[in-house]
Design a protein around this ligand. Structure first.
Ligand code: ZN
Length: 235
């Protein structure tokens, strides 16, 4: 796939409803890009894709490299070609919109891909707990999620800015996953401060593939529910 497009498999609303038993194979996702994020069947942890390598962080365990044949029930991936670069000291999640000026706000209704490399004086991420039963909703899993806070950790954050209207498909706003430089820690980022190199690109094309299976079509999937989204994805 061309650079700076997003390929996405399934939608966030499906994950909120606990639809995550099967998915697209990692090798098919990697044919579409080299940087991204996702999850595994049963929502058992977090997946981050950096430089074409996919890492899975299950709750309470060391990471596992995702095998090319493994299924990803949700993935967003892009062939990352940054068009915007900046070195920043003391960048935080709250100052990230300002740091992305002029892309934000001039491209605020578009998707952006983002990569941050550096040393994080403070970093908090969560690792979602796996489902105890099929269709257990993400909001229930979020109650059992593991929260990890680290200090002075070197690593990479990869993810996306998704426009407000896209909630239901994607996490509106920032959605970033972490991979430590030593490749031992990672998860879904809820806050950070760091001295980093920030790279970003505006996405040209956003492609969503919907699952063709019984689980996906069993019940009506509703659109984004703000309160639930914030509870589950840490807004
Ligand atoms: Zn995430």
């Amino acid at each position: 796939m061309a650079t700076n497009n997003i390929y996405q498999y399934s939608i966030l609303s499906a994950l909120l409803d606990g639809i995550c038993q099967t998915g697209t194979a990692l090798k098919d996702a990697l044919a579409q890009g080299d940087h991204g994020l996702g999850t595994v069947p049963g929502l058992n942890g977090e997946v981050v894709i950096v430089d074409g390598k996919a890492y899975h962080f299950p709750p309470g365990e060391q990471l596992r490299r995702v095998e090319v044949s493994d299924a990803l029930p949700f993935v967003m991936i892009t062939r990352f070609q940054p068009t915007f670069q900046k070195a920043l000291s003391s960048l935080s999640l709250t100052s990230l919109p300002e740091a992305l000026n002029p892309l934000l706000p001039s491209q605020q209704n578009c998707f952006l891909s983002i990569r941050l490399d550096g040393v994080f004086s403070q970093l908090t991420f969560r690792v979602i707990a796996g489902q105890c039963r099929p269709r257990e909703p993400l909001s229930e899993l979020a109650k059992r999620q593991e929260i990890v806070s680290l200090e002075n950790i070197e690593g990479t954050l990869v993810g996306f800015w998704s426009p407000a209207f896209s909630g239901g498909f994607s996490v509106a706003g920032f959605h970033l996953h972490f991979l430590s430089k030593d490749e031992t820690r990672g998860g879904h980022v809820t806050g950070f401060t760091g001295d980093v190199s920030l790279q970003a690109a505006v996405i040209d094309k956003y492609t969503v593939e919907l699952p063709h299976n019984e689980e996906f079509n069993q019940d009506v999937i509703q659109g984004a529910r703000e309160a639930e989204l914030h509870a589950a994805e840490g807004g």
